[in-house]
Design a protein around this ligand. Structure first.
Ligand SMILES: Cc1cc2nc3c(=O)[nH]c(=O)nc-3n(C[C@H](O)[C@H](O)[C@H](O)COP(=O)(O)OP(=O)(O)OC[C@H]3O[C@@H](n4cnc5c(N)ncnc54)[C@H](O)[C@@H]3O)c2cc1C
Length: 483
């Protein structure tokens, strides 16, 4: 069945004049593209990869793939989803948008038109030539397509909310092959749902993004001894409570087992998007002696380059939202540290793995910014509390370590869920871009938003191609969400 379907797909693509876009197993480019997924968990091998360069090619290839009844496919832009099958497929075809990475800046409108396969570093470096920036990924290697359609946390989060709020237009190829624009005037229902509900409707082939002038930002990461834990927690709680008064600042605070230190360290990344060095907002942290300090006053492009996380680990990430509560963060840190001890006891002593329990301020006003700036579909505006976005992760070098790492990371997540429910500090919301396959982000966006996502999926993809034939990401038809 699989071989027949593969040959059928090749024949249909070739008949459509797209044979030259196919990359077969055995081609050097094939291995390179698989290796370019950030997480090794995504290094599965599709029947073949198709690499379009234009919207028209995406339209024709989609029509060809859909005409093969037994062919399933996945869509990738930057390939930063960490879980297996998030944007790659073992038994099917991967549509790789990596060659669609053009960035065009319009001096008159001040809008950047960006193809989805671009990495943020490419975007920043190109826009640097025009003296403008956009609110994009902090790690320069993250892709534009998945990041923006899943929300997007940038250094500018406290100023503009999620980055999708800055998109003024999406160009989308629908399952029927049509190429449509989605913005405030044209297809506004599609425009809204693409700001957070990702691959449920079609393939985004261009985003038009607002730019602004911000010549230099200050920021970087500091690592301190884990003995500073209590100070970090207190500083994080204060910072989050005061963020609305100082939205030019942004930070994340984490605990991480790092093999280089053979220990857990406290990490803090911070930025001031007005370029103010060592601003008062970070004073409590900056007083601590750092083992590593990468803070610098540079362009966004340089910062994004320096913020790139090393790839090549089998990865599990889970995420949740909690109230900005000191005791709860302290309890989670203890649970994380216990997980590290369990991992160490189960892996040989020189094993290469690292962990993360990261907290990012998400005060109530961030969700409201989304509503004020036109409305996204993420549902964070329903939450009024000052909150912290939690990301827990385990990254292991060897496949043989993955099962244990994955199980313990999930155990930590369930522990967090049960302790926050007990403390009354849980907030039901899951960030699409950090979610594990076992999570259900659409369950928490609110009935009204669920209804909008379902209606748009039905209207723009009536035959359900993006629910049943295009795998990866989170599908509204699979969600327990009601609406
Ligand atoms: C090291 C690292 C750093 C990160 N830093 C940040 C950060 O600073 N801020 C933040 O918010 N998130 C961050 N993330 C999370 C990141 O936003 C998500 O992984 C996001 O999905 C990545 O986008 P991508 O295009 O690289 O991913 P992909 O894996 O290619 O795509 C993600 C999902 O979107 C779908 N998709 C991709 N392109 C399209 C398209 N053109 N049309 C329709 N559907 C599409 C895919 O099918 C898949 O379901 C980070 C992740 C990693 C691993």
């Amino acid at each position: 069945m699989s071989l027949d379907a593969r040959l059928d797909a090749i024949e249909k693509l070739t008949s459509a004049g797209l044979g030259s876009l196919i990359v077969h197993p055995g081609d050097a480019l094939y291995d390179g593209r698989i290796a370019s997924y950030w997480s090794k968990s995504q290094h599965v091998r599709p029947w073949f990869i198709v690499r379009p360069k234009t919207s028209d090619e995406v339209s024709r290839l989609l029509t060809a793939l859909i005409s093969c009844p037994d062919c399933k496919f996945a869509v990738r832009s930057g390939g930063h989803t960490v879980w297996t099958g998030g944007s790659n497929i073992a038994d099917g075809v991967t549509v790789d948008l990596g060659a669609m990475n053009e960035i065009v800046y319009n001096q008159d409108t001040k809008i950047a038109s960006i193809q989805p396969g671009a990495r943020w570093i490419q975007v920043y470096e190109e826009l640097d030539k025009h003296g403008v920036v956009v609110a994009g990924g902090r790690d320069g290697n993250v892709g534009v397509g998945g990041y923006l359609t899943g929300g997007g946390i940038s250094w500018f989060l406290p100023r503009f909310g999620f980055s999708c709020n800055q998109v003024v237009n999406f160009e989308v190829v629908l399952a029927g092959g049509g190429i449509v624009q989605a913005n405030r005037e044209k297809n506004p229902d599609l425009y809204q749902v693409l700001k957070g509900a990702s691959g449920n409707f079609g393939i985004v082939t261009r985003v038009d993004l607002l730019t602004f002038v911000e010549p230099l930002i200050w920021g970087g990461t500091r690592l301190t001894n884990k003995s500073t834990t209590a100070i970090h927690i207190k500083a994080l709680i204060d910072f989050t409570a005061n963020l609305q008064r100082q939205p030019e600042n942004h930070c994340g605070v984490g605990w991480s087992y790092q093999p280089d230190f053979n220990d857990i360290v406290c990490l803090q990344f911070m930025s001031n998007t007005k370029g103010v060095e060592r601003p008062a907002a970070f004073e409590q942290w900056l007083r601590l002696p750092a083992m590593v300090d990468t803070t610098e006053r540079v362009t966004v492009a340089v910062r994004a380059k320096h913020a790139e996380e090393p790839d090549g680990y089998y990865t599990t990430w889970l995420t949740s939202l909690i109230k900005n509560n000191e005791a709860t963060v302290a309890e989670i840190v203890v649970k994380h540290n216990e997980m590290v001890e369990k991992l160490k006891s189960k892996f040989p002593s020189s094993s290469d793995f690292w962990t993360l329990a990261l907290f990012q301020p998400m005060p109530g006003f961030i969700g409201k910014l989304g509503r004020e700036l036109g409305g996204n579909i993420m549902g964070l505006d329903r939450i009024e509390d000052d909150a912290l976005l939690v990301l827990t992760g385990v990254h292991v070098k060897e496949a043989s370590m993955f099962e244990i790492g994955d199980a313990l990371c999930k155990e930590l997540h369930y522990q967090i869920d049960s302790l926050t429910r007990k403390n009354g500090t849980t907030l039901d919301w899951v960030y699409v871009n950090y979610a594990d396959a076992s999570q259900d982000p659409f369950r928490y966006v609110g009935h009204e938003n669920v209804a909008k996502i379902k209606a748009a999926a039905q209207k723009y993809d009536p035959s359900g191609v993006f629910q049943t034939r295009c795998l990866g990401g989170f599908k509204i038809s699979q969600s327990k969400a009601s609406g």
